[in-house]
Structures are given as structure tokens and as C-alpha cells.
Design a binder for this molecule. Structure first.
Ligand SMILES: [Zn+2]
Length: 237
């Protein structure tokens, strides 16, 4: 079943991508170029349109999709990284262990999919949840987001969104994130450019990045294989 608005939405990424493809260069892919991102929801305009369609559909099923996190700049990701690094090392972890703990859920600045304007961390605004909303347990058993999780599993792909960090045991890298969806019509191409341009090699040379001397070439190679490529097969070309 495909109504007219969905058909139109499926066309947009192809139109948008061919127009803007030159703007999606390495500084954009590393979160250092914010101009293309819509200020409204922190997404690329075509992703925002697709999200609003999905939000409208979810509303009919009594789910109020609320974006908790969308675009994050390199600078913002670095603040998150540095804060966690200092906290974990102050708690007594070695630099290596602190980095291993950070990359359970957080990315090294310059490697986040949230730099692309194609990614959303999404919850249901209806059941009010205290404290950290992005916890796996909220999406299972009798958690507040069980209905949301089921709805997204069944419907997100219709609007172009795919789960990134799936519950697949053969997948390495970041832990399962039932809240993180990606607009695949754009992000598949972004990832393949990211890999082709070897942007990972440009990361560690930021002296204001805490622990950067531990981001060795072997470490970064493994991070690339396990974390950056450790995503749903739906998001790889
Ligand atoms: Zn996320």
C-alpha cells in the first residue's frame, strides 16, 4: 500500500542528494559544517520532512514521537567525550579502560553518525519518564516505551528510517540502541563516502581531545571495523 505522500517522500532523497551532493564533503561528514542542517529539528531538510510524516502516522496510533537527539556538531561531541573521559579517569580507570567504557555508547568526535543530520534518538513523549530516557530496559517487558519500540519496528522503514545498532549478537561495536534510527536513503551514501575518504585517519590529531594519544592506529582500525561498520546490514551498501 503506498499513498501519494509516501511516494513523494521516496522521491525526495534522490532529488535532494543529486542537488546537494557536493556540499556533503569531509568537513560536513565530520560534524564541522552546520549550515545544511535545519534549525527546527536538527536534521537535513529531506530527513525532517520524512520524520514529520512518520510523526503524523504515529500520532494516529497514540504515540507522540519526540526527538531527544539529532544533529550533534564535532564540538558538541567533543564536550561529551572530554567530560566522560575526565569523569572515568578521575574515578580511577586507566585511559585505555576509560576509552573502552566511553565507546560502549558514545562515539569519538568526528566519527558520530549524529554529525550527518540523518540520525534520530527518539522516545514517546506521552508516558513521562524520569531520569535517563535512553535506556534499553525502557523498551522491553513492562517498560514505558514498549509500544513505541514495537511501532518503530513495524513502521519506521516505511518512512525511510532504519534501526542502526540492532540486537544482533554477531554485531560488534556499540551496544544495542532501540531508540536510534537513521534515514537510510542518505546515510548509506554518507557512510560509504566516509569510508572511501578514510576520514577516520583525520581524527586523533586533535590535541584538545582528552586521551588522544591513546587513539593509536591499531585502536582506530579496530574501532572502524567494529564500531563504525558494526551496524544494521540495512545501512550498508
Ligand atoms: Zn543516537
Amino acid at each position: 500500500m503506498m499513498n501519494r505522500s509516501i511516494f513523494f517522500l521516496l522521491l525526495i532523497p534522490f532529488l535532494g542528494f543529486s542537488q546537494d551532493t557536493l556540499d556533503f564533503d569531509s568537513s560536513f561528514l565530520m560534524g564541522k559544517k552546520e549550515g545544511l542542517i535545519s534549525k527546527n529539528l536538527g536534521l537535513l531538510p529531506q530527513v525532517e520532512m520524512a520524520f514529520l510524516e512518520m510523526q503524523k502516522a504515529a500520532r494516529k496510533d497514540s504515540i507522540e514521537l519526540k526527538i531527544v537527539s539529532s544533529f550533534r556538531s564535532y564540538a558538541a561531541q567533543k564536550r561529551i567525550w572530554n567530560r566522560k573521559y575526565l569523569r572515568f579517569t578521575n574515578e580511577g580507570l586507566s585511559p585505555e579502560k576509560a576509552i573502552t567504557k566511553i565507546i560502549e555508547y558514545s562515539t569519538i568526535p568526528g566519527t558520530s553518525r549524529h554529525h550527518w543530520g540523518t540520525e534520530i534518538d527518539v522516545v514517546d513523549a506521552q508516558p513521562l519518564v524520569e531520569g535517563d530516557v535512553l535506556l534499553e530496559e525502557h523498551f522491553h517487558d513492562s517498560g514505558p516505551y514498549v509500544k513505541l519500540g514495537r511501532w518503530l519496528t513495524e513502521n519506521a522503514a516505511t518512512y525511510g528510517f532504519e534501526l542502526v545498532y540492532t540486537k544482533d549478537r554477531s554485531r560488534k561495536g556499540f551496544f544495542y540502541e532501540p531508540w536510534h534510527y537513521s534515514y537510510s536513503a542518505l546515510s548509506v551514501g554518507f557512510l560509504s563516502t566516509y569510508l572511501k575518504e578514510k576520514l577516520i585517519d583525520k581524527i586523533a590529531i586533535d590535541s584538545s581531545l582528552q586521551g588522544n594519544s591513546y587513539l593509536s592506529k591499531p585502536f582506530m582500525d579496530r574501532y572502524l571495523e567494529e564500531n563504525i561498520k558494526g551496524i544494521s546490514t540495512q545501512l550498508k551498501d
